[in-house]
Design a protein around this ligand. Structure first.
Ligand SMILES: Nc1ncnc2c1ncn2[C@@H]1O[C@H](COP(=O)(O)OP(=O)(O)OP(=O)(O)O)[C@@H](O)[C@H]1O
Ligand SMILES: [Mg+2]
Length: 255
């Protein structure tokens, strides 16, 4: 049996008297593209914060790419190969889009990437990084904004550049928090398809938070984990989710 890229076991997170995440367990395989969906305040972002080391777990265990990551700092988890984006984008507003891509993600600075920035790199390495940055912009269909300041981007464009920054760290596993919020429907679908291709081509595991059930069911994700008030309501393929009675009652009742 292969080791999953991400394994979360009995994860619980309390904020004082509030239990935001209530003993959830799931795993994501390498190369798998999985959606995490649930209503506002059900604990999706908190789950990401616990996995990526920003919050201490109340109890439970997180394994990233075969290693116990429970209690590790964000930069240590990043070093294992896990990168995340934030629900509210964190771009360097005073820098251009392409410059934003060339700086490692904030709060996820691995010491080695800091050293790499300070050390005068070879010209060839710099050129390769620049070419990588442009292909990431192509993938996200924002190449035309390469030389605009991040402060000039729309909300949706900022989200896309933020995904680009995550991709630039050559992750082996990606957590994306509502990556296409504010991105218009057809482009959002295209971005999901591009991310899907990336998981297959590079074997990256991806866990993506979405709040729109109808949208996630049409994106071609491999599996969907449905969360309600800190617990997993069900997890399965899009077809299984569509046919699940609990999901129908909670989400799809009208259709
Ligand atoms: N740092 C914090 N301190 C106290 N309570 C928090 C904190 N972060 C989140 N919460 C609470 O935990 C619960 C889950 O929040 P979380 O942000 O994980 O929800 P979410 O599923 O990501 O929601 P949304 O879809 O609105 O982004 C909410 O009730 C929220 O108020
Ligand atoms: Mg959230």
């Amino acid at each position: 049996m292969t080791t999953p890229a991400l394994r979360v076991s009995e994860l619980t997170k309390d904020f004082g008297g509030l239990r935001a995440v209530d003993g959830i367990s799931f795993q994501v395989e390498e190369g798998e593209f999985v959606g995490l969906i649930g209503p506002n305040g059900c604990g999706k972002t908190t789950t990401f914060n616990c996995i990526s080391g920003l919050l201490e777990l109340t109890s439970g265990r997180v394994e990233v790419l075969g290693q116990d990551a429970t209690g590790m700092r964000p930069d240590q988890i990043q070093k294992l190969g896990l990168t995340r984006t934030f629900q509210h984008t964190r771009l360097w507003r005073e820098m251009t889009v392409i410059e934003n891509l060339l700086v490692p993600p904030r709060q996820q600075f691995a010491p080695s990437s800091l050293l790499a920035l300070l050390r005068p790199g070879s010209r060839r390495a710099e050129k390769k990084r620049l070419a990588d940055a442009y292909s990431v912009l192509d993938l996200l269909e924002v190449t035309h904004m390469a030389h605009n300041l991040a402060s000039e981007l729309s909300g949706g464009q900022s989200k896309l550049v933020d995904i680009g920054r995550a991709l630039m760290s050559s992750p082996r596993f990606l957590l994306l928090d509502e990556p296409v919020a504010g991105v218009a429907g057809p482009l959002a679908m295209k971005i999901f398809q591009n991310l899907r291709d990336l998981t297959s081509e590079k074997g990256i595991g991806m866990l993506v938070i979405e709040h729109n059930m109808d949208f996630i069911l049409r994106t071609g994700v491999d599996r969907i984990i449905v969360v309600a008030t800190g617990r997993i309501l069900m997890q399965g393929t899009p077809d299984e989710v569509r046919e699940n009675q609990d999901v129908i009652e909670a989400y799809l009742g009208d259709s």
